[in-house]
Design a protein around this ligand. Structure first.
Ligand SMILES: *Cc1c(COP(=O)(O)O)cnc(C)c1O
Length: 407
């Protein structure tokens, strides 16, 4: 095998030489991975600066100017945390960014992001110093995390910034709200620890969220009585920010609204506030073929061609994070027309073009975008009976192209 490969390479370089081509052209050593993804055929994301800045301004209107701590966890809901953070770093409505993976916090700083960054999750011990050096605010969310912060501040030259994370009823992260607050006094005694805020997370049940807010308020009061000035109190993800004015506190902490969707389908707020879809998911058609009646498509022979039909293949599938449920009714925009997705495999999907071959290999397919209601994140979710957070599954490896505005 190896020798055959060598012979092939030899032949290739000989033919390149005989054509007068420099060897590097015939056999490039490495490909430029940073090239414009729109020139390729494989799926890519286009991200609108204008849409992100618009959504930040719109949320600011909803919360009457309270600052926004933008949640960019899960690679900014699949869209690209570096790209989105760099855009929102320029928004006057954004106070800072909240993430759950320590390495991504550091990556944001390395990329030049200047606003405060809060790590809402845990960190590996060997990354503690790097986090402090990058000016990342850490969360105190459990007994073990308190011990970690103590150890970290001991040999840190810079002050360790922390926020206190309380569990008021989500039951997932945070120190239980009804536990005695002695641990806070311990933290306060350390000169090298700076408590910069307190937070919790509301559930989407409005009634219970009200109770959670009361629990949180009682903690704030107790901390106040202990002489601890707490400025940055935040508790509200997108749904409670919309539903409960009393959840706004000192700042709000939305994710999905920033990325352009309401947290649930068909919320009445859609008529009151306009969010803009912030991204497009695109790929190019790589095959158009006329299949015959009763031919089938897909490993499981999922789709049976009802009559002769032109079928296009697009190189995007569930391995890229495009929902496999798309085969249950999603649509795709090609040359200003919508077509039905009828099969999604790991790395390809198929679209019915119809009786006439109105698309060509190389045409761009917009899987998700603002161009038509059927392909917005909301429209897509409705067609496949899903929800508006589906883009969280997009692979980090999808190349991104940031544009000022979608035309
Ligand atoms: C995800 C998350 C948010 C944001 O939720 P959205 O519904 O996207 O607004 C806020 N706070 C915490 C702790 C989260 O995990």
């Amino acid at each position: 095998m190896e020798s055959r490969r060598r012979t092939f390479l030899k032949k290739l370089s000989l033919s390149a030489l005989s054509l007068g081509m420099p060897l590097s052209t015939a056999w490039p050593k490495s490909f430029n991975l940073k090239r414009d993804p729109r020139k390729g055929i494989n799926p890519w994301l286009e991200i609108s600066k204008e849409a992100y800045l618009h959504n930040a301004a719109e949320i600011s209107k909803i919360v009457k100017g309270k600052p926004i701590l933008a949640v960019l966890k899960n690679n900014a809901y699949g869209i690209g945390d570096l790209e989105v953070a760099k855009i929102l770093d320029n928004s006057p409505h954004i106070y800072g960014f909240a993430l759950v993976k320590e390495k991504r916090c550091i990556a944001l700083r390395d990329a030049g992001v200047e606003k405060p960054i809060l790590l809402m999750g845990d960190f590996a011990n060997d990354l503690g110093k790097a986090l402090v050096n990058a000016d990342i605010t850490l969360s105190v969310f459990s007994e073990e995390s308190i011990q970690k912060i103590y150890a970290l501040q001991k040999d840190s030259i810079k002050k360790v910034k922390v926020q206190l994370y309380f569990d008021t009823g989500l039951g997932r992260m945070g120190i239980p709200y009804d536990r005695p607050l002695d641990w806070v006094i311990g933290l306060l005694k350390e000169d090298n620890i700076d408590i910069t805020g307190i937070f919790s997370t509301l559930t989407s049940s409005t009634n219970f969220a009200k109770e959670q807010i009361e629990r949180f308020d009682s903690i704030s009061k107790k901390l106040g009585q202990m002489g601890i000035p707490i400025e940055n109190r935040h508790i509200a993800p997108s749904s409670s920010l919309l539903e409960l004015r009393t959840s706004h506190l000192d700042m709000v902490r939305p994710g999905i609204l920033l990325h352009g969707s309401f947290p649930l389908l068909n919320m009445e707020y859609e008529n009151q506030y306009t969010l803009k879809p912030t991204f497009k998911l695109k790929a190019k058609i790589i095959r158009v073929e006329r299949l015959k009646k009763d031919d089938t498509i897909g490993f499981s022979r999922f789709y049976k061609v009802p009559g002769d039909q032109w079928i296009a293949t697009i190189p995007i599938g569930w391995a890229d994070g495009y929902s496999s449920a798309a085969e249950n009714g999603a649509r795709v925009l090609i040359n200003d027309k919508l077509f039905n997705v009828i099969n999604v495999n790991a790395s390809h999907c198929n679209v019915v073009i119809g009786n006439e071959k109105v698309v060509e290999v190389g045409d761009v397919a917009t899987m998700i975008g603002p161009e038509a209601p059927e392909i917005t994140p909301k429209g897509f979710a409705q067609l496949i009976d899903g929800h508006t957070y589906l883009q969280i599954n997009y692979k980090e490896s999808l190349p991104k192209y940031v544009t000022d505005d979608f035309d």
